[in-house]
Design a protein around this ligand. Structure first.
Ligand code: AHR
Length: 481
């Protein structure tokens, strides 16, 4: 059985079921998600390998070979048509895309395996989000519902709001009680749990709640597992937060009881959001693998069976890097491969990072400015950071999507912005493209002699599609200096 078969037998059927990694009904064999590729804008649907099975990630890899791909739809497996698409602009923020639409997630940002079979999750960077404002069957008003999501317990921030669940159909904040969604992250602006986070909380609008007290509820623990099962459910005068390690063990109840004051009764509207706040606040990050919303308040026993099903799916992290190794400890230089520009290397001039013409006969100072020591990724140990050879303790980071050389200031933001993952170069074998870990649609690019992290056809000039593959493909060689 799949999670939604279990909810159905508990008389709380799924009314939305979203996953890029697997079928959530044992009989489901339809499309899980749609990808759109950068080279020609073509789309394809990715389905399970077999009914009830894991997504056919190989079909995505074939379709996306030598180009970039975005997840542009996450289909609803429940049959109710509650598919998620890039979110429209909202009361708090417009997305970066034309018309104020939010970004789509990279199709390769969150590689995993389920029972050893490859699949991809939905890696939400700030600016990315999905929504459906015209749903069918989702709870409205004070009606009962449940929901769970499987998330990456190590990918989060304190921005508003990495959510999955019920939100306003207007994309605006219509007041307390207009939402009932799972939140995951370490925001302390509203409520919080014990320790330093991250926490599973409920976004009920105008507040993230860890219990009925609007501030700290110490029974809501900090989460430390790589994969986390997060649950929120609500019915008249009653709601609960539950959670657990998606790879082992049982669920625990972190809160169960009365609504916070001003949240009774609820005024749920029945839109569905992923990765954003109800008003399209787009500052949050996180990774979503699968989740559902139900009609009716699921029993703890039903949810416990769903947790056993998730554990049996055996989620494990997949490799973030491919292609020529960026060996930790090695000194390297990165040479451009764009025809006509192969005499250029990524180099720093003070804190600016450019592509400069440098050769083995350049001065030692110039050669050192283009020399980098690959270090274990400051923000994710499965990728790398690039420490300057001549300014020890300083690293390449992105800031407003330009590359800069900065000292390690110890912050999560700096560490994540200084973390990059090497992959087989889009322009050819033996070469490397260097993906921003936290913004996996973006790669090191030289553009008019300056170095950026660029998306393929994004809104900035440096995102231009012309020469994109060449400009983001590098030859990793022994350092010049
Ligand atoms: O409730 C927290 C956030 O507040 C909601 O997600 C958003 O709509 C509002 O800004």
């Amino acid at each position: 059985a799949g999670p939604c078969d279990i909810y159905a037998s508990g008389n709380t059927p799924c009314v939305a079921a979203h996953s890029t990694t697997r079928a959530l009904y044992s009989a489901f064999s339809g499309a899980l998600y749609q990808v759109t590729r950068g080279s020609d804008g073509a789309t394809t649907n990715i389905a399970p390998l077999s009914a009830g099975g894991v997504a056919n990630a190989g079909a995505q890899d074939t379709f996306c070979a030598a180009t970039t791909c975005l997840i542009t739809k996450i289909y609803d497996q429940s049959g109710r048509g509650n598919t998620l698409s890039p979110a429209p602009p909202g009361g708090a923020a417009k997305g970066p895309q034309s018309g104020g639409v939010d970004n789509s997630a990279s199709a390769i940002g969150a590689p995993v395996t389920l029972n050893s079979q490859k699949a991809y999750g939905v890696f939400i960077s700030p600016g990315t989000g999905y929504r459906n404002d015209a749903t069918s069957g989702i709870a409205t008003g004070d009606a009962a519902e449940g929901m769970y999501a499987v998330l990456d317990g190590t990918h989060y921030n304190s921005g508003c709001c990495f959510d999955y669940g019920n939100a306003e159909t207007s994309n605006t904040d219509t007041g307390s009680g207009a939402m009932e969604a799972i939140y995951f992250g370490d925001s302390t602006y509203w409520g919080s749990g014990s320790g330093s986070g991250p926490w599973i909380m409920a976004d009920l609008e105008n507040g993230l709640f860890s219990g009925s007290n609007p501030k700290e509820n110490s029974a809501d623990p900090s989460i430390s597992s790589r994969f986390v099962t997060a649950i929120v459910k609500g019915e008249p005068t009653q709601w609960a937060i539950r959670g657990g390690n998606a790879d082992s063990g049982a669920l625990s109840t972190y809160y169960s009881g009365a609504r916070p004051s001003r949240y009774n009764p609820m005024h749920k509207q029945g839109a569905i959001i992923l990765g954003i706040g109800g008003d399209n606040s787009i500052s949050a990050q996180g990774t979503f693998y699968e989740g559902v919303m139900t009609s009716g308040y699921p029993s703890d026993a039903t949810e416990n069976s769903v947790q056993a099903n998730i554990v049996a799916a055996k989620y494990a992290a997949g490799p973030l890097q491919s292609g020529p190794a960026l060996t930790v400890g090695s000194s390297i230089s990165l040479r451009a491969t764009t025809p006509g520009y192969t005499d250029r290397y990524i180099a720093h001039n003070g804190t600016a990072i450019d592509s400069d013409i440098i050769s083995s006969s350049s001065s030692a100072a110039l050669r050192e400015s283009a020399s980098w020591i690959a270090r274990t990724g400051l923000g994710n140990s499965n990728c790398v950071s690039f420490e300057s050879k001549d300014v020890a303790g300083s690293y390449i980071r992105h800031y407003n999507f330009a590359l800069e050389l900065v000292a390690n200031d110890g912050t999560q933001q700096m560490h994540e912005d200084a973390t990059f993952c090497g992959q087989t170069g889009l322009a050819g074998s033996g070469t490397t493209s260097i993906r921003a870990w936290g913004y996996p649609t973006r790669f090191f690019r030289h553009y008019f002699d300056v170095a950026y992290i660029a998306t393929n056809g994004g809104p900035e000039a440096f995102d231009a599609t012309a020469s994109y593959n060449n400009d983001i493909t590098w030859q990793v060689r022994t350092s010049l200096g």
